[in-house]
Design a protein around this ligand. Structure first.
Ligand SMILES: Nc1ncnc2c1ncn2[C@@H]1O[C@H](COP(=O)(O)OP(=O)(O)OP(=O)(O)O)[C@@H](O)[C@H]1O
Ligand SMILES: [Mg+2]
Length: 635
């Protein structure tokens, strides 16, 4: 039976109960002579006894070998008291659970699992025979029905609690008969450790009230402290046997999903798990793909988070390429001796979109790919085209390459590639009206204010550990065009030599504005895995990603997703796409800077991004802090 995440599941009625409401210890105990006969367990060790003096089965075999190990790990003494145990300097107390709530929902034990003090929690699950349970259930149902009919005969209203229990018992009976559910006995024990009796008392109260808030009734295992303590040790022996019947579905809700800390053995630190303060350490290349999507409102901490990841990824020999429209990554590039490339009409750095990648080992397919790419690029530059214009453009492209002597033949690919100007000339030289029209639209890129960006051959290499392309000097309308060209350039380089790489596309909404650039970004994200590349896509506009087909493909092809603070306008859509609970929605609406939800594969946790002072100095983009630092540098 599949339980919807927040569906409430009634626990089956307790079976059997005594008049005093005391838990009934199942007869299993007396049926389990092995447990009683076990010399290790049946020996009385009450009082004070050095643990190393206790021989075990193993020690009898190789006493000499193990004696030393035992002596080394054993506490100096164990002191057993009425309601606590002292092992070495630590006081311990074990609680057992006697009462459970009537309804449970998925992960209902999470407040206990995430309790803010270390606890040893032991759960025992005993599968039981359905037949015996059915007999008991039948007896119980008969009893309850008799009770109700007696009440009615005497003119009294039947007890509501009995009616409810009867209903539950009947539905359980039918589930068991049909084989939909199986039956189990479940027991739950918690051992609390503390430095002093006073602290132990305080924490016991806190644990009991936490359990109380879950409608769980717990008791201190007074006078059985030692047995109770051993029950919570990983021996797999339940010495108290205070059990409660549960069916499969109810049992499944006790599974501690919350303790899914995202701590890998290896990887970079992404932040602190806000549930239990554990570290979120992850190697994104260990997932099915290494892509990441970061969505949040402006100033929520997106770029900061990615910058920290870049700095920390250097430890794993990861090269990084950043497309940075806002000039935010300069400090990082310069601090680690990376390559910092500023595009502007006057800068010396150029990328020629006509240039053929790897001309020395080119293939026949290369020209087909180039024509497709240039066609998409020119659509972004020139705007929508009619089918006639589209055909004219394709002819002009072929002509432009032919004029330079370049054809499908790979041998010709080493010749000098044409430039934007050459395409312009080809268009002018063509007879058609549509060519003139296209030429007029292209003119501003080769002559007007935008001249100088595309008019030289590429002179950029990606061999540094980090290469940052910044576009701050460029006008808003040119940015998506240049981002598009850089993406293509990076792609050709990435395909050529395989290396562990990250490609960061900040302010990716520029690319999502145009269908062609959105398509190429999506293509990138989908294929990156095969080239040992992880693409990080950052955007302020959740809407761009969640409402377009290309955006959705980027979401589904990113194994890592990071959501920081969201705007009220976007939250509904975000909640729908990421299956957020109400609590998570609220968390994202009111999240502080650097706080958010981190999704990795199947898991997600709330995290807080933290940095060292040195990292902060490199990652911050607050003008006040940058000014302050510049002043200090001068002084
Ligand atoms: N985890 C954090 N700890 C401390 N300060 C932070 C943290 N995250 C962000 N900040 C501060 O907030 C500023 C803004 O963050 P950031 O530059 O990452 O915003 P952003 O989400 O990229 O916004 P935009 O979309 O406008 O680029 C940072 O420059 C930094 O000073
Ligand atoms: Mg930013």
């Amino acid at each position: 039976m599949v339980l919807p995440f927040f569906a409430k599941k009634p626990l089956p009625a307790p079976l059997p109960t005594t008049a005093t409401g005391q838990p009934v210890v199942p007869s299993k105990r007396s049926e389990d002579p092995a447990y009683l006969k076990d010399p290790e367990y049946s020996r009385g060790t009450r009082g004070t006894a050095p643990i190393s003096a206790i021989p075990t089965q193993a020690s009898r075999q190789t006493a000499a070998d193990i004696a030393n190990v035992q002596n080394t790990i054993a506490p100096p003494a164990i002191e057993v008291d009425f309601s606590d145990l002292k092992v070495g300097d630590t006081y311990l107390r074990t609680l057992f659970v006697v009462g459970y709530p009537r309804y449970v929902s998925a992960n209902w034990l999470s407040p206990l699992i995430n309790f803010n003090h270390s606890l040893d929690i032991a759960m025992y699950i005993y599968p039981t025979e359905s037949k015996g349970t059915l007999d008991q259930l039948r007896r119980r149902i008969a009893e309850m029905e008799a009770e109700i009919s007696t009440d009615i005969q005497r003119g009294r209203l039947p007890q509501a609690a009995t009616e409810a229990a009867l209903e539950d018992a009947k539905s359980l009976q039918s589930q068991l008969v049909k084989g939909v559910e199986r039956f189990y006995q479940f027991s739950l024990y918690v051992t609390i450790g503390a430095e002093s009796v006073k602290e132990l008392n305080t924490i016991t109260k806190q644990v009991q009230s936490t359990l109380g808030s879950l409608l769980i009734v717990s008791k201190v295992a007074s006078l059985s402290m030692e047995e109770a303590f051993k029950t919570t040790l990983p021996y797999f022996k339940d010495r108290l046997l205070v059990t409660r019947n549960m069916d499969t579905t109810a049992l499944s809700t006790t599974f501690p999903f919350t303790s899914s800390d995202l701590s890998d053995n290896k990887g970079v630190l992404y932040g602190i798990n806000m549930h239990n303060e554990s570290l979120v350490i992850f190697d994104r290349f260990s997932l099915e793909n290494a892509n990441m999507l970061v969505l949040a409102t402006s100033g929520a901490g997106k770029s900061y988070f990615v910058k920290l990841e870049i700095l920390r990824s250097f430890m794993f020999d990861t090269d990084t390429i950043v497309i940075d429209p806002e000039n935010e990554y300069e400090m990082i590039a310069k601090s680690v001796g990376g390559n910092y490339i500023a595009f502007s009409t006057t800068s010396a750095h150029k990328i020629n979109p006509f240039q053929i990648a790897n001309p020395k080992d080119s293939t026949e397919d290369e020209m087909g790919y180039k024509y497709l790419f240039l066609n998409s690029l020119l659509k972004i530059m020139l705007g929508q085209m009619s089918p006639i214009e589209d055909a004219t453009l394709n002819r002009a492209l072929v002509l432009t390459y032919r004029q330079k002597g370049i054809t499908e033949d790979p041998a010709t690919h080493i010749l000098e590639a044409p430039r934007m100007e050459d395409l312009y000339r080809s268009l002018i030289g063509m007879e058609e009206e549509s060519a003139k029209n296209l030429a007029a639209r292209l003119e501003r890129y080769v002559m007007g204010a935008l001249k100088g960006i595309f008019d030289q051959q590429s002179n950029i290499d990606l061999d540094s550990k980090i290469t940052v392309f910044t576009l701050r000097e460029l006008a808003d309308e040119i940015r998506p065009i240049v981002m598009f060209i850089i993406l293509d350039y990076v792609w050709t380089k990435v395909r050529k030599d395989l290396r562990r790489r990250l490609l960061v596309v900040d302010e990716a909404w520029y690319l999502m504005r145009y269908e062609d650039s959105a398509k190429i970004l999506q293509g990138f994200v989908k294929r990156a895995r095969k080239y040992y590349l992880g693409v990080t896509v950052i955007s302020q506009n959740a809407d761009d990603f969640l409402s377009s087909a290309y955006g959705k493909a980027i979401v589904t092809n990113s194994a890592l997703q990071m959501l920081f603070k969201q705007s009220p306008a976007a939250i509904d859509q975000v909640a729908q796409v990421f299956y957020l609970s109400q609590g998570e929605r609220h968390m994202l609406l009111s999240a502080a800077v650097g706080e958010g939800l981190f999704f990795a594969g199947q898991n997600h946790v709330a995290i807080r991004v933290i940095s060292s002072p040195d990292e902060h100095a490199l990652a911050t983009s607050k003008p006040s802090e940058i000014l302050e630092r510049q002043k200090q540098a001068i002084a």
